[in-house]
Design a protein around this ligand. Structure first.
Ligand SMILES: *Cc1c(COP(=O)(O)O)cnc(C)c1O
Length: 346
């Protein structure tokens, strides 16, 4: 079999959720963000695991993702939609009991007209300028909204992965001002905010990346291993080139392993001549460009060449790999392709 094996340890995901839950006080409920198919790991499997661990509030980006999570979880857990109530969403919101986070007066009007009495939340913009009602807009409708009893009022931090960033305090203050005296659950923090002081935790947290082993949750368990089979070995003499564009030339005798996976599997071209794979504990550099389905690796240093090389695992997490390619762990995870043979533990 020439497909790579993506092993996803659901026990590690549950362990990360419990660890993030312990970081915040007993008055704070820990939700779970499972958008983008559970950051690429499978939203149904991840959501079921976390529901078993005790999570009752799940967050996704769009209603279609909410539908998949509802199917996996059945009735009971709450599923919140960050993009709110868009035209065309009404039937799914209603039939599947999804809770839109209303982002604007337009969405508010749509929701109240289409589904009077159906639960909703509110997303406020505390300074990120991306989603949510701005202070003036909110002030105009707050009284009307509060009379309907929103399920929660949330905002999102732009710089929470940098604890010392002045934007954190600025947004905290803005969120406090906009929610002063409100009688409903409040939520400000994603993974980064869970690691800030308790003033940021409010009633509900919304960790995503930390569940999946990514920064800024440094002490997270790493749930992902990606092992790629070597399809062919090639002995090079000095001066021979590897791959498209001849970007790597052997300066001595070299053994090149060609593994089966490439940029079509989310192993992006920026890893060419940059990243490394592991033969057990030994790092082996990627040489030449990454192709659509293949990557070439210099394994000359190995006394024994194994059948597979690991690109994600205990020695190299998603953030390590991301760093070699000038991106972030989030992008590596959510780009993981559909061709891998997926194995779930737990
Ligand atoms: C994606 C997202 C989260 C989760 O963020 P992480 O950094 O992955 O923990 C929480 N809240 C909102 C509004 C989001 O868009």
């Amino acid at each position: 079999m020439a497909t790579g094996t993506l092993t996803i340890d659901l026990n590690a995901v549950a362990e990360n959720w419990r660890a993030l839950d312990r970081l915040t006080g007993s008055g704070t409920e820990t939700g779970a963000v499972v958008k983008a198919d559970g950051y690429g790991l499978g939203s149904g499997r991840v959501a079921r695991t976390l529901a078993k661990a005790g999570a009752r509030k799940f967050f996704v980006a769009v209603v279609e993702e909410g539908a998949a999570v509802r199917q996996a979880l059945g009735e009971g857990p709450e599923i919140f939609i960050f993009s709110g109530h868009m035209a065309g969403d009404t039937d799914m919101i209603s039939d599947l009991g999804l809770v839109p986070m209303i982002n604007s007066v337009d969405q508010l009007t749509r929701h109240f007209e289409a589904l009077p009495g159906h639960p909703f939340g509110i997303q406020l913009d505390s300074g990120m300028n991306r989603l949510g009602m701005e202070p003036g807009e909110w002030a105009a409708v707050a009284e009307l909204v509060m009379a309907q009893g929103p399920a929660m009022v949330i905002s999102h931090l732009a710089c929470a992965d940098e604890p010392g960033h002045p934007m954190n305090g600025f947004q905290l203050e803005a969120f406090r001002k906009m929610t002063e005296g409100l009688d409903c659950p409040l939520s400000l923090s994603a993974t980064g905010g869970c690691l800030l002081d308790p003033g940021y935790h409010f009633d509900i947290t919304r960790p995503g990346i930390g569940l999946y082993g990514g920064q800024p949750f440094d002490t997270a368990s790493k749930p992902v291993q990606l092992s790629l089979p070597i399809v062919q070995l090639r002995e090079l003499v000095p001066g021979e080139a590897v791959g498209y564009g001849n970007t790597w030339i052997a300066d001595g005798p070299a053994t090149i392993a060609t593994v089966s996976a490439g940029y079509a599997d989310g192993l992006i071209r920026a890893m060419g001549n940059q990243g490394q794979l592991y033969a057990d504990d030994t790092p082996c550099p990627i040489v030449g460009r990454v192709s659509m389905d293949l990557i070439t690796i210099d394994v000359s240093a190995l006394s024994h060449v194994p059948s597979h090389l690991d690109i994600l695992g205990p020695h190299q997490g998603v953030d390590d790999l991301a760093a070699t390619a000038g991106t972030i762990g989030y992008e590596i995870l959510t780009s993981l392709g559909q061709r891998y043979n997926r194995r779930y533990i737990g």
